[in-house]
Design a protein around this ligand. Sequence first.
Ligand code: NAP
Length: 282
Amino acid sequence: MVAETLILDGNRVASSMKEELIERIQRLSDKGIIPCLATILVGDDPASATYVKMKGNACKRLGIQSKRVVFPENTSTSELIAAIQRLNVDPSVHGILLQHPVPQHIDERAAFETISMDKDVDGVTTLGFAQNAFGFADFPSCTPAAILAIMDAYKLPIEGKHAVVIGRSPILGKPVSMMLLNRNATVTICHSKTTDLANIVRLGDIVVAAVGKPRFIQGDWIKPGAIVLDAGYNEGNIGDVDYVACREKASAITPVPAGVGPVTIATLLKHTVEAAEKMAER
Ligand code: NAP
């Protein structure tokens, strides 16, 4: 490891974000409002169950209410949509998070679109995505927002840099690309059909890994001095980048765990508090 590689500490960034929320939660509580995040889990994917549990626990620690809605694997799209519609009109619920992915037979897009805009705290609706692309979303997707929050917390430069994003999912690769573009990076988006991936990644001053494949990004793909942000979270707490090898080349890198993950959760809590504040204003 080069001595000066900066390890981007997601726990530290998340703690300071959560610290800032304490007073806001207290102010809401003084008005008799407890921010509430509803999480919906469909099926028995163990990773999704763990994510939902972590989000619920993080809510509790901060005094945010968490309402867990759990459905079996054989739930239909219409049953899921009906549940979301009930949460939309429930005044005690401020944010709704449908854990991705849902079982394959469910129309996930239709379910996401059902979430009311003022409760779409993970920016999953078409309108939420579009607002993020235009640069004025109330609630951009949490993981992309977390990546930007880490860069900002460490004052890492974005403008004029070449960012290479590997992955184009609607909740991660695409929105983070839009956010980097809005901050005046030059952005290349890669995906499973990209040819010559290694040489494209080698051009990146900023590399965002959002692939879902353990240790996929190799150390010799990283331009010396690049900033590496690993959004991946695979079984066994393994990221999408080969951390040890990439750390040798990078000027700054997020570890897994304790990188993007905790900041994603802190961002979700922040959006839930903001949704409660907006509802209180209305
Ligand atoms: P996803 O929906 O499965 O998307 C994966 C993307 O990677 C797709 O765009 C796919 O391309 C691309 N890809 C797959 N194989 C590739 C290859 N060989 N070369 C280049 N690109 C390739 O996954 P996701 O939901 O975006 O999640 C990505 C990762 O982030 C996962 O590890 C997930 O667990 C993690 N994640 C972490 C957090 C967090 O809080 N840290 C939150 C959400 C997700 P195609 O579009 O061509 O198929």
